[in-house]
Write a protein of this length. Structure first.
Length: 908
């Protein structure tokens, strides 16, 4: 059987290939003329097989009386191929009756509706607009062009709630339609093809919406279902539209909103004709009120300038287009993309060339995606093409895809200060959903430089509404954002990229840490920043190694069972961190959290927010998608509490005081029984026997107490010194302490900087006074340094009895608390060391291996140091016993704090 294919498009090309695969003879292809020098894909495919291609501008013409007649030369050319069947898979031209009736088997046409319903050129649109439960296609015997010919076959599918033209076509009408056309030809070849006369019951001839734009205008009197059906029925062509401020806004990606009210933090936009006179912008998109007092949610809109944006950005200040700095290899990619656009559109391509304004169709989108994937390996989806309709935006989307990053532009209100020999530039706004923003209330507070006691800059003071914005952004990123779609390995690559950027900006981060927290710059560079970089790299490596198990279980005879476990991310996690190691505490907790696949809202300490905000900037540059990391600033009692109470947050990680930790546990239990990990207070004992290496023990003891100005959770809070070396050892400690250089953190000779904030300094002074009042003696220090800044002398308290407040309470400062013990009474000193409600760390010094191992086993603490102190590592778990909290930072165990285990059982 000799077949003529008449039509166009990728659908026609696929039908051609499918018929050839079945062994049918395609005698000729009639298609449309080249557009802008570009051949239709059906013509291109036919030429591959050596099939004659005729590009016909029109098949008929008017006579003097205004009647149409077939053009004789056209019919003559058609006739010479002696075809036996015309197949019209997709044809926009009117084919004359003479051509339709010429073949012995006549002609068949594909139509994307269940005829007789929705005759006409907008069949898929009207199927959705009318809320049909079933969609499908018909292959019918061609008639006079009114889609009324007898039915040969039909296929149908259920319409899903959020189907659009695109999803319905891609899921069913396209793949099954190709099969249906081949099946129809096979029935004809076997003389089994039916001719079922169309009923007029349920028949409709619907207008062509694209030709009459007013038909796509949204009627505000529709119910929620009717409104949703109307919007999705016009998505993507031509696009349902409304008027907002005298501008036409097209609506795409709709769904039925499941809440009865708009959120309290929704942004209102006046629309005179809308129900209630307003529409609402929320974090998920645009809420449109329906006549039945329900809402439709729209996620994407097209502006009058042709640009498509996320609906949640509607009404915001227009963003500038991102300008990427391209590498040499990326410039070659740009050149390839320019060639692809030129081939498709047939015009010279400038940066501002708009794909759709220059004739690009949905069919062209498919070709653009495939050509881009073939020439660059970057696979974009339809939505990304529509959101990047200008050439420059498209290049950005492809390059960022290949870089493994999002299209985040890092813009913020900059603070610039000259310090430490550099010009330091950093953000001072909160970071929510990929943007630096002010608080909703507009409240501000000062963050203070402890070296000068002067304000560095103003910081937003968030409230519950800001917390809600951040949590909802994190929820969206976890449930439906790019973060939820990428593989664990891709997630790890992003974290490696972030670590690389932190290393690249290490000097800035350390400078900011010293400026904001008073950390000595050299220590900040090595420890605060250095260990932060290490921990990000450590957990980046873990990202694709989080595994479950297969578990042997009893079989349900006579069947068999397979049981396995999978590890899953928790969801939105809240992190509340202290002021002593602002960047390092952020990194310790967040690195494991993100490696596990969660999203996060972090509240840095009110007094040290700056490195967290700089980190947020770097995370955006690394390509961490919007909403994955959110940084809110303000008081713990207000926004820390709001984070603990929030019903969407499923995990809280906290480092801070035991008192606040207890309150957090209570709040998490009362809200939604959140998972909690707490790293709380400490009163870490350090036991020094007389057989220790004294020189080493002296140095390590000072390090154990004074490291980071004593603002250290595992600092040795109480020194137990053997009676046989007590006086001599104290003398050595005083000498070693005197060597500490107190001064400006940026002075490279400084070894001891200012305390973090004024309230803390005052507590240290009070702590020493109380200890002395209860019988302790000051062997050195104990006073505020007489100079500008929050400086406190490193202090040594001796002869501290077990009931002295200094023996019980944590100072969290450079205060060495020394008590005497009988060197021979090992169990006695262990008992005294364990006589505390804390159990974060402990230490022991002795050359006797048996002794130190015995003591280490008996000490009730999460970390025990032997002949060293402060030696932590990113691979070693860190966490406390008793009222020092529970849960681990660092090491593989930290991942379990941010994972859930799911058991799956099969039977076969």
């Amino acid at each position: 059987m000799r077949i003529a294919i008449i039509g166009q498009s990728l659908f026609g090309a696929e039908v051609l290939k499918a018929l050839l695969d079945k062994g049918y003879t395609i005698a000729v292809v009639f298609t449309v003329p080249d557009r802008n020098g570009r051949e239709d894909i059906l013509a291109l495919e036919a030429k591959k097989f050596g099939i004659p291609v005729i590009k016909q501008l029109k098949w008929r013409q008017k006579d003097a009386a205004g009647k149409f007649h077939i053009i004789p030369k056209v019919f003559e050319e058609y006739s010479k191929f002696k075809v036996e069947l015309n197949v019209l898979p997709f044809c926009t031209q009117f084919i004359p009756h003479e051509v339709i009736e010429f073949p012995v088997y006549k002609s068949i046409i594909y139509h994307p509706s269940l005829l007789p319903a929705h005759r006409g050129a907008s069949a898929i649109n009207w199927t959705l607009i009318c809320g049909d439960k079933l969609a499908g296609f018909s292959v019918f015997w061609a008639d006079d062009g009114l889609d009324t010919g007898p039915i040969l076959l039909q296929k149908s599918c259920q319409v899903e709630e959020n189907d659009t033209q695109t999803t319905l076509y891609d899921r069913f009408l396209y793949p099954e339609g190709i099969k249906g056309m081949v099946e129809a030809v096979s029935l004809i070849a076997a003389n089994k093809a039916p001719r079922i006369i169309q009923s007029e019951e349920g028949a409709s001839y619907d207008p062509h919406i694209a030709a009459k734009p007013d038909l796509a205008k949204l009627d505000w009197n529709k119910s929620q279902w009717e409104m949703h059906n109307f919007i999705r029925g016009n998505d993507k062509v031509p696009g349902a539209w409304i008027m907002v401020n005298d501008e036409k806004i097209c609506l795409f990606s709709s769904s039925r909103y499941t809440m009865s009210k708009a959120p309290s933090n929704a942004r209102e936009i006046e629309v005179k004709d809308a129900t209630g006179g307003k529409i609402f912008v929320i974090s998920d998109g645009l809420l449109l009120p329906a006549s039945d007092r329900k809402f439709v949610l729209v996620k994407t809109i097209k502006l009058p300038n042709g640009r498509t944006i996320a609906a949640e950005k509607f009404g915001c200040e227009e963003e500038e287009e991102e300008v990427l700095e391209l590498s040499a290899a990326e410039k070659k990619i740009e050149s390839n993309l320019r060639d692809i656009w030129k081939e498709i559109l047939g015009i010279e391509i400038e940066d501002g060339t708009d794909f759709f304004a220059n004739g690009g169709t949905s069919q062209d989108v498919t070709r653009l995606i495939e050509d881009t994937r073939f020439r660059t390996t970057a696979l974009l989806d339809n939505a990304q093409v529509y959101m990047s309709s200008s050439f420059r935006l498209y290049v950005n989307a492809v390059v960022n895809k290949l870089r493994g990053v999002g299209t985040v532009e890092v813009k913020y209100d900059k603070v610039v200060v000259s310090v430490n020999g550099i010009e330091l530039c950093f953000p001072h706004q909160m970071y929510i959903n990929g943007k630096f923003v002010d608080s909703r209330s507009g409240r501000l507070y000062d963050t203070i430089n402890p070296t000068t006691e002067k304000s560095i800059c103003k910081i937003p003071k968030a409230d519950k509404k800001d917390v809600d914005d951040a949590v909802i952004a994190a929820q969206k990123a976890f449930e439906e954002g790019e973060w939820s779609k990428i593989s664990a390995r891709e997630r790890g690559k992003l974290l490696y990229k972030l670590a690389d950027l932190m290393e690249e900006h290490a000097e800035e981060l350390a400078t900011l840490e010293a400026l904001d927290s008073g950390a000595v710059y050299t220590l900040a560079l090595k420890t605060h920043v250095g260990m932060s970089i290490d921990v990000w790299r450590y957990f980046a490596g873990w990202a694709d190694k989080i595994e479950g198990n297969t578990i042997p279980i009893s079989n349900a005879r006579p069947n068999y069972n397979l049981c396995l476990t999978v590890k899953e991310a928790i969801g939105v996690c809240g992190l509340i961190i202290p002021w002593n190691y602002p960047l390092m505490m952020l990194s310790w907790k967040m690195s494991a959290c993100l490696a596990a696949g969660n999203t996060v809202v972090i509240k840095p300490a009110q007094v040290t927010p700056l490195t967290a905000l700089k980190f947020a900037e770097l995370s955006a540059k690394a390509g961490i998608p919007p909403g994955v990391i959110n940084v809110i600033t303000g008081s713990g009692s207000e926004i820390g509490q709001a984070l603990c109470d929030h019903p969407v947050v499923r995990k809280i990680g906290f480092t801070g005081s035991t008192e606040v930790g207890a309150q957090i546990m209570s709040s998490c239990a009362c809200s939604n029984i959140k998972k909690v990990a707490l790293e709380l207070g400490g009163k870490s004992p350090l036991i020094i026997f007389d057989d220790a290496d004294i020189d080493r023990a002296v140095r390590q003891t000072c390090n154990a107490v004074y490291f980071n100005k004593g603002e250290n959770c595992i600092a040795a809070g109480r020194i137990f010194l053997a009676d046989t070396i007590y006086d001599a050892f104290i003398k050595r400690l005083v000498e070693e302490t005197k060597r500490l250089v107190i001064g400006d953190p940026f002075d490279r000779s400084t070894s001891h900087g200012p305390q973090n904030h004024k309230a803390h300094l005052d507590k240290l002074l009070e702590y020493v006074d109380n200890a002395v009042a209860e019988g302790a003696k000051v062997a050195y220090g104990g006073k505020r340094v007489k100079r500008e800044g929050l400086f406190f002398e490193p202090t040594i308290l001796i002869d501290v009895l077990d009931d002295n407040p200094a023996a019980i309470e944590e100072s969290f400062g450079p205060v060495m608390v020394i008590s005497k013990f009988a060197n021979s009474d090992i169990d006695g000193v262990i008992k005294r060391a364990n006589a505390t409600e804390y159990g974060l760390a402990a230490g022991v010094f002795s050359r006797d291996v048996s002794k130190v191992l015995y003591v280490s086993r008996k000490l009730r603490a999460g970390t025990v140091f032997i002949n060293t102190y402060q030696k932590t590592d990113v691979a070693a778990p860190f966490g406390g016993y008793k009222q020092s909290g529970f849960g681990k930072d660092l090491g593989a165990e930290a991942l379990n704090e941010f994972l859930l285990t799911k058991t799956i059982t099969f039977e076969y």
